[in-house]
Design a protein around this ligand. Sequence first.
Ligand code: NAP
Ligand code: GDD
Length: 336
Amino acid sequence: MAKKALISGVTGQDGSYLAELLLSKGYEVHGVIRRSSSFNTDRIEHLYQDPHVHGVKLFLHYGDLSDGASLQHLLHDLQPDEIYHLGAQSHVRVSFDIPEYTGDITALGTTRLLEAIRECCPKARFYQASSSEMYGLVQAVPQREDTPFYPRSPYGAAKVYSYWMTVNYRESYGLHATNGILFNHKSPRRGETFVTRKVTRAIARIKAGLQQDLFMGNLEAKRDWGYAPEYVEAMWLMLQQEKGDDFVVATGETHSVQEFIEEAFACAKLDWKQHVKIDPRYYRPAEVDLLIGDASKAKRLLGWQPKTTFKNLVRIMVQADDDLLAAQLSGKHVRA
Ligand code: NAP
Ligand code: GDD
């Protein structure tokens, strides 16, 4: 019988790639979606609309991380083998504007799900989408599984809470519960307000004459950026381990926001200095200056390592936004 997986956050960047991966492995995939007044299933439409593509259907269920009862009912009815908890208010800058909501969804949402698992399907394997943002004001370089956390935002603090709840449910109740501490990862499906996608989307619009300036915040921050489809493979590998554990997933390279901008504008043969302007509104009350991860544990125990280079990743994203805009302008837009 096919294994059954449940994904919270299935409509997000990672959720969509993970759903694809699990379907390709023969899983029956269930996703939690929240009610929205406009379509929020763009990234998974190609999977949902054609159940024959991968042979197994993707099933979507309304639910919300703020609504524990909906999660309980779902788990009770589905009895999934694996649960990938990717749903979150995931934007760091926005978390300063809505800290209480971020805590409710990104922190307490995890507890609601863990409680539902404990109650309804304690044998299920649980993946928690932990984040390099937990390292914040970094206490060591590079950051590893044993590096102490020092979150610098309501989002980072909420993720630290969820990290520890995951460890606690593993130790207290014997759940197969795992933290993937993922460093930044992106793709053509990255949300448009995160820095990399904001830049590549703007480049396509500048080239098409639809926009002249790109307003940015802090260009000095450094991030360890990987390719999202490779990172969801690491999630799956983690849940195939005998026991729950904690793993860093990263490339081991770091680049500043400015380096990303330079590389992306160069790909499009544009001079970034003519277009990029600084707008202090995009600065954060507290910044995470430097992230660089050491994924040697993931390499050793999972056999996982990154494949796509920084330059290639920039090129993939610039090209994808170019193609997307061309399709939109010609009225043929279909999401990848
Ligand atoms: P994303 O694109 O922002 O997706 C977030 C998902 O969470 C979306 O499906 C969203 O639904 C859903 N969601 C938000 N609020 C919800 C609620 N109240 N109830 C149910 N679902 C809700 O994020 P991502 O980049 O794919 O990241 C996936 C996870 O990994 C997140 O937890 C993120 O914090 C974490 N993470 C990401 C990175 C990274 O670099 N991408 C690195 C480390 C950790 P809608 O589509 O309806 O908004
Ligand atoms: N979003 C954004 N917009 N960021 C900007 C801008 C801008 O105009 N200008 C400069 N930045 C800087 C931010 O200050 C930050 O230092 C860096 O670009 C990256 O910002 P984001 O792309 O918003 O990502 P993030 O690193 O804050 O958070 C992402 O990665 C985390 C993993 O470390 C998110 O995906 C989180 O959900 C994830 O946990």
